[in-house]
Design a protein. Structure first.
Length: 508
């Protein structure tokens, strides 16, 4: 096959689920040796299109031409055997198995007696991990790894054999900058070898950095096919959301003297190896940003405040009363809401309906007064479906059938239902499309205006600076700086989160 030739053509693909037309006559093509980005809002149909490609879903209409021939893969293993690999948005690893076992799951190497070749398994896994510059062992249990590392295992699993097309569905959502760099190097290497890459992401800067062409989906329809070099963020966003995006990150902030009464006070909180001697407070109606790189101890700190982890020492006070550390159920009763970073695992029951999931946090309150839940639940549902624009055909839809970004919105809504005094949001907009991101930022400010104290953890600097009244920087488990909105600059924050003076690397 010649360079520049289409290796894949998806023609007129339509896919309907009960109540949803997820794809409507979509055309999509990929050439050898190109990185083709697939973009669109939450629920636009990106993951569905790729699931149709790999045979997880069969299309309601349309055809797939691969290497010049019409194909229909029986499923992901069949697709992989024929050189098409899909690396999922949702991690699909088995926690109780080792890294190596997960990488070769369903395809474990066997020796000539038919037994599993453990030595070969670990050796091949190690080679793969080294190629991806991963610093962990094939023998480690996957459940013990950070989410970022699990993501790398997922990627390694896709690359166990020669491939023609690799699809990355939001691979960087939880990767550190370092890991992202390595991933991009690997993508470039694959591209040079002539592999075709499909790259799905909500981060437009990544799209511009890595892709050659871009296909845009909106509401299941294809709205654009562009050469990356010939377009810009503006054009792309308006193709994605059908309107121009207003500049949203310019909120009115509270000054030093407009702060309400103290809601949360943390005093000398320490946990060996994770964070050390953390003290700060958050006030009524205040948005406190916690800025730090992935791995700085931010999420662990949040989990400790919420009570899913225990600290070694230190105290936590809510409205002046010390709260017993390490009891998450109690925290909910006290009025602390927590949207964790690892939302899939910690936040949702995938097999239950949107409505059930929304009322999970609230259920205790509803039951306490002996109410039948139905009516109140429905009200909650309508309220938040509107506010967060959750895209689902009905409240009865199982959460696992929602798009990735819409699942996140359900978790967010769930915690808002308890009407918290303190709301902790860990990376609230990871995996959320640009349009909704602006809505979430607005919502955060609205919550604060209603008197809620909000702690926003984020590695996106414009986001922290945009929504926070005050910002703490965190580096290696310690608080390294505190800035009010009016004095915060990117330079100061970068110094706080990296420990490096801006410009310090310049020679001379
Ligand atoms: N198995 C399913 N059953 C019913 N509806 C589904 C199913 N899978 C996807 N959908 C619906 O199809 C639409 C497209 O979803 P899809 O997951 O492809 O979106 P996406 O573009 O990947 O979004 P995101 O950026 O949030 O991941 C959504 O409305 C979703 O709810
Ligand atoms: Mg998706």
């Amino acid at each position: 096959m010649k360079e520049n030739e289409c290796i894949l053509e998806m023609r007129n693909i339509t896919k309907t689920f009960p109540g949803v037309k997820a794809l409507d006559k979509v055309n999509f093509e990929v050439k050898k040796g190109e990185v083709h980005a697939l973009v669109g809002e939450n629920g636009a149909g990106k993951s569905t299109l790729m699931k149709v490609l790999s045979g997880i879903h069969s299309p309601s209409e349309g055809e797939i031409i691969y290497q010049g021939k019409k194909v229909e893969f029986a499923g992901p293993l069949d697709a992989k055997a024929k050189g098409v690999v899909l690396i999922h948005q949702e991690l699909s690893l088995v926690d109780e198995m080792t890294v190596a076992e997960n990488i070769f799951l369903g395809d474990l190497p066997r020796n000539k007696f038919g037994f599993i070749d453990w030595k070969g398994l670990n050796k091949r896994s190690k080679e793969l991990l080294e190629r991806l510059e991963c610093e962990f062992e094939p023998t480690e249990l996957v459940g013990r790894l950070s989410i970022a590392r699990q993501q790398m295992v997922e990627i390694a699993r896709g690359l166990t054999q020669d491939v023609n097309i690799v699809v990355f569905d939001e691979p960087t959502a939880s990767l550190t900058q370092e890991e992202e760099k390595v991933l991009f190097e690997n993508i470039n290497r694959l591209r040079e070898q002539g592999t075709a890459i499909v790259y799905i992401s909500h981060r437009l800067n990544e799209i511009f950095q890595i892709s050659d062409r871009i296909t845009v989906l909106r509401d299941g329809e294809m709205t654009g096919l562009l050469n990356t070099a010939e377009t810009n963020e503006c054009e792309l966003t308006s193709l994605m959301i059908g309107r121009d995006l207003e500049d949203h990150l310019d909120f009115e902030k509270r000054g030093r003297d407009e702060i309400g009464k103290e809601v949360l006070k943390v005093e000398g909180l320490s946990k060996d190896g994770l964070f050390n001697d953390i003290s700060f407070s958050i006030h009524e109606g205040e948005v406190l940003g916690l800025s730090g790189l992935v791995g700085a101890g931010r999420s662990e700190l949040a989990e400790t405040i919420f009570g899913v982890r225990k600290a070694d020492s230190g105290k936590i006070f809510l409205e002046g009363d010390e709260i017993k550390v390490g009891d998450a159920n109690k925290s909910v009763d006290l009025g602390i809401g927590f949207v964790p970073e690892n939302r899939k695992e910690q936040g949702l029951i995938l097999g239950r309906s949107v409505l059930d999931n929304l009322s999970l946090a609230k259920i205790r309150n509803l039951n306490r007064y002996g109410f039948i839940k139905g009516r109140e639940e429905k009200l909650i549902y309508q309220d938040y479906q509107d506010k967060l624009d959750i895209k689902t055909p009905s409240s009865k839809q199982q959460v696992k059938n929602l798009s990735g970004g819409n699942q996140q919105k359900v978790i967010m809504a769930k915690w808002l239902c308890i009407n918290p005094k303190l709301l902790i949001l860990d990376e609230p907009t990871v995996g959320i499309d640009v349009g909704t991101k602006a809505e979430i930022h607005k919502l955060i400010r609205k919550l604060a205006a209603a008197g809620i104290a909000v702690l926003v953890i984020s590695s996106e600097m414009p986001e922290v600076m945009g929504v926070s009244d005050r910002i703490l920087t965190m580096y290696h488990g310690e608080i390294t700086g505190e800035f009010y909105a009016e004095e915060a600059t990117e330079e100061k924050l970068i110094k706080g989160i990296t420990g490096i003076e801006a410009g310090a690397c310049k020679v001379g």
